[in-house]
Design a protein. Structure first.
Ligand code: ATP
Length: 252
C-alpha cells in the first residue's frame, strides 16, 4: 500500500504555492517534511488530505484517490489546534445527543478509547472540556484521536510544536510504533531537524514550494543544503545511531 504523489500543484490566492511535488512512501514508512517558514509544508499536507484543491495525482493501493476518498483514508492533524476541533457540521449536531450516543458506544470501543487516552497520559483529563486543558494536552489529544481513527495515511503538521522534551519523544515513538505495527504511512512537518532525523525513514525537503531533496536523513541534511534552503550556517555530526545532529551556528 504505497502512497504515490505525482506532480501535485496547489495554488492559493492566484499564486503557485506547491509546485510539481512528487514523492513516494512505502507502507509503514515515517517521513519527515522539512523546509523553512512559508516553504509550503502545511499547504502540501492539506492538499494531500483533500482539504485544499490541488492538481496532480495521489494514489494509494494503486488506486487514484479523489478528494472524498482522501478524506476517508487520510487523517490530518493541523498545526494550530485551538479549543475548537475539525468536527463536521453533521458531527456537531449529532453531538447534541452525546449522552444517549455515549450509552451506545460498544464496550470494547470505550475500552480502546480509554487505552488510547492513557497511552498519552490523558486519562485523568477525560471529563474536562477542550478549553480547560493546555495547548500541549490538546496536541496530544488530537494525535491520540488521529491514531484512534486507524487511517492508512497520517499527516501531522508540526506534531511536537507545543510539547515538552519528553512528550516530543512520546509522540514520535507512538507514531513510529503505529506505523511499524499497522503499516500506516505517516508524514510529519517538522522544524527540529535533529529530532526529525532521529525518527525519519525518509526526509523530504521543501523550498519555495518545490521538493529540493528527498531520501535518507544523512543524504538530505547537508551543510550546503542548510545554507541554501534555510540561509543558516550549521555543523552536522553523526549520532552514535548514525543519525545527523544539526547544530545551527548563525543565520547568514
Ligand atoms: N490562503 C492563502 N492564500 C494565499 N497564500 C497563502 C494562503 N495560505 C498560505 N499562503 C502562503 O503559502 C505559502 C506557504 O504557506 P504554508 O503555511 O504552507 O508554509 P509552511 O511551510 O507550512 O510554513 P510554516 O513553517 O511557517 O508553518 C506562504 O507564503 C503563505 O503565506
Amino acid at each position: 500500500m504505497t502512497l504515490n504523489v505525482k506532480d501535485l500543484e496547489v495554488a492559493l490566492g492566484g499564486a503557485a504555492i506547491v509546485k510539481r511535488a512528487s514523492l513516494s512512501c512505502a507502507p509503514g514508512q515515517f517521513a519527515m517534511l522539512i523546509g523553512p517558514n512559508g516553504a509550503g509544508k502545511s499547504t502540501l499536507l492539506k492538499a494531500l488530505s483533500g482539504l485544499l484543491p490541488s492538481r496532480g495525482h495521489v494514489s494509494l493501493k494503486e488506486a487514484t484517490l479523489g478528494k472524498a476518498e482522501r478524506q476517508e483514508v487520510i487523517a490530518y492533524m493541523p498545526q494550530d489546534i485551538g479549543p475548537t476541533s475539525s468536527l463536521t457540521v453533521l458531527e456537531v449536531i449529532l453531538l447534541g445527543r452525546l449522552r444517549s450516543l455515549g450509552l451506545s458506544v460498544p464496550g470494547d470501543l470505550a475500552e480502546a478509547a480509554q487505552a488510547a487516552l492513557a497511552r498519552f497520559g490523558l486519562a485523568a483529563l477525560q471529563g474536562r472540556t477542550l478549553d480547560a486543558i493546555s495547548g500541549g494536552q490538546r496536541q496530544l489529544l488530537f494525535l491520540a484521536q488521529a491514531l484512534f481513527r486507524q487511517p492508512d495515511v497520517l499527516l501531522l503538521d508540526e506534531p511536537t510544536a507545543a510539547l515538552d522534551l519528553r512528550h516530543q519523544l512520546v509522540v514520535l515513538e507512538a507514531v513510529r510504533k503505529h506505523c511499524t505495527d499497522h503499516g500506516t504511512i505517516a508524514i510529519a512537518a517538522m522544524h527540529d531537524l535533529t529530532l526529525a532525523a532521529q525518527f525519519a525513514d525518509q526526509m523530504i525537503c521543501l523550498s519555495q514550494g518545490r521538493i529540493e531533496a528527498k531520501g535518507p536523513p544523512e543524504n538530505v541534511l547537508t551543510v550546503d543544503r542548510l545554507q541554501r534552503v534555510y540561509g543558516v550556517e550549521a555543523e552536522i555530526s553523526l549520532s552514535a545511531q548514525g543519525r545527523p545532529n544539526v547544530m545551527p551556528l548563525r543565520a547568514s
